[in-house]
Design a protein around this ligand. Sequence first.
Ligand code: SF4
Length: 696
Amino acid sequence: MREEVYSLCFMCSVRCPIKVTVENGQVTFLEGSPYVPDMAGSLCPKGAAGIGLLNDDQRVQTPLIRSGPRGSGHWRQASWDEALDYVAENMKKIIDSYGPQSITLGERQQLSTHISKTFLKALGSPNHFTHDALCKGSVNTACRSLFGYTDGQMNVDYKNTKHLVLYGRNVFESVTVKGTNQIMQAMDNGAKLTYIDPRVTVTATKANRYLPIRPATDLALNYALMHVILKEDLYDRSFVHKWVQGLDELKNFVNSFTPEWAEQETGIKAKEIVDLAREISRDKPKVIFHYGYRGAHHANEIYLRRSILILNCLMGSVETPGGIYFKKGPGEVGGKPARKLVDQDLPKPEAIRFDKAGTPDFPLPDPAHGVAQYLPQAILNEDPYPIKCLFAYRLDPLMSMPDTQTTLKALEKLDLVVAIDINYSDIAWYADVILPESTYLERTDCVQQANSLKPQMFLRQQAVSPRYDTKPGPMILKGLADRLGIGQYFPYNSVEELVQWQLEPTGFSIDDFKAKGFVSYTDKQIFWDREKDLKLKTKSGKIEFTSSLLEEAGFKSFPEYETPQIPDKDNEFRLVVGRCVFHTHVSTQNNPYLNEILSENCLWINDRAAARLGIADQDMVEVRSPVNSGLIKAKVTNMIQPGAVFMLHGFGHQAQAARRSFNRGVSDAMLQENISDTIGGSPAFHDTFVTVHKVN
Ligand code: SF4
């Protein structure tokens, strides 16, 4: 029997709409949904490797309870009842002794995040956190400081743009399928692409203009671009005068940041900077300075992200086709969104968050996501209180948070570590209990409220039965909730029932998703009237170059520029990390297909620097940071700036049961110091300096 199921990919967090072909209970083909414009039937390599995940016998197959020391790999198989009883009993003991705030749960934001948030709130703990801060906490804060909206409430219209500027946003390797297709269409229609990165990526090779910038100096480039735009009156006067607060302050601030000054900082010729400013302003407002997907590089990240957003505002490229726009919800057309479990009347936790986000100590990071990288210190210092339990739900703190050794030291202080995961991630390998989740092809999931120019809803629909003894996350958490006496907040007996409950106010039913996997509230794109009503959510109702959010919290809108640190030894480099098209963060390195294509990372090092250090291509080198060291193969190349070395994120796994990825390459998290943007909230992943030397 042959069947087609319309669903959502989950090989990464982008959630591309897909068509799944099922024959006799087996998934035989995965492709992009033909019904969704710009998917064009395409998938990225990770999406195509979903069948590898489904059929992988190296994933976690039953609930497991640890039977030896942590991380030893000694487990006993358990039934679901036994595993859930075990976890619930231990949680009760911890809550009795330390209070509900001692329970934490970290996850990658996903469709069922409202379930885990509800789980913690119902227990009385404020300590739900997501991976978001590790990726784009400072982007979120920067967006709120200017518009009053989070980055998640905004998007860009690639398809209609005339000029796209990307700062290390390597779109042709770290793809979103739809976005990448749209960029290619725009370029086919004559749009220009400017790419800025210390490293020559695939995206750099496709760009009309590639600026090989000195690491960590993007902010200097942006200040010089603003200088030229303002001095030569190249900005969108009518938009800026209508909507911007703080133009004069910006003019004064950038007055001294000339292109000649920026040339000294960035290594980019002053003339190139002037040319870019003039050229892009000719295409305004259909231009995008992309404010970033991952914005977690430097300790001043919030100001870099603000500067990128300010450039858009100067071009008037806000709420306009070909620019950036605010996402529209169903309310725009008189519709209702899907319900979430968190919409219920839940207890309000009394304690502050472990990371203090949203308090005077750490006022600006978004408490809806928290600041994940603050967890190890909070545990070690018992500040603001003892933390005793961590749920790691599709989030691996050992490979995603900087400074793995310190994270491990902190985890040793916990009484209970529970992993909800599909694979043997490093944190699952370390955990006391693994509760195995079904893959995205084996489960229905919560509704995706897809707000955009056209509000829609998508549904991940189960294509095949679970291959092993696994469950969907919402059922795992419900099983625990029932045992902990908070089951009343989980009013469903299956995920399908939960979806029906979510859909009740919307007027749609689960059957409406069968044909295409999604429903639309309207067929028309919605742009707000940018002459009259931008619906900005800042205190002033304007785009705040001078930000009340920042200044009321005691921070400057335009702090003094500081020249970034440069390596001061011959063999010292700034460690830069990034993604490739074959792997998602830390979660796909053991996938049988993807591992075959790329099984380990290597260290990109500039050829002149390598010659100086006697390092040849493929030599084994030791990379040493202030917190750890590792051995890795060198890739000697002229395609990276001399002051930086680069490695792909996500390799160097230590979970032995994931045999293909075990010990292959080096983990960047192990080498990185835990440095943060203490205003915006992101870690500064590119502010660690390492030394490199050849080993024999
Ligand atoms: S970008 Fe690739 S892995 Fe991510 S959801 Fe889309 S197809 Fe899947």
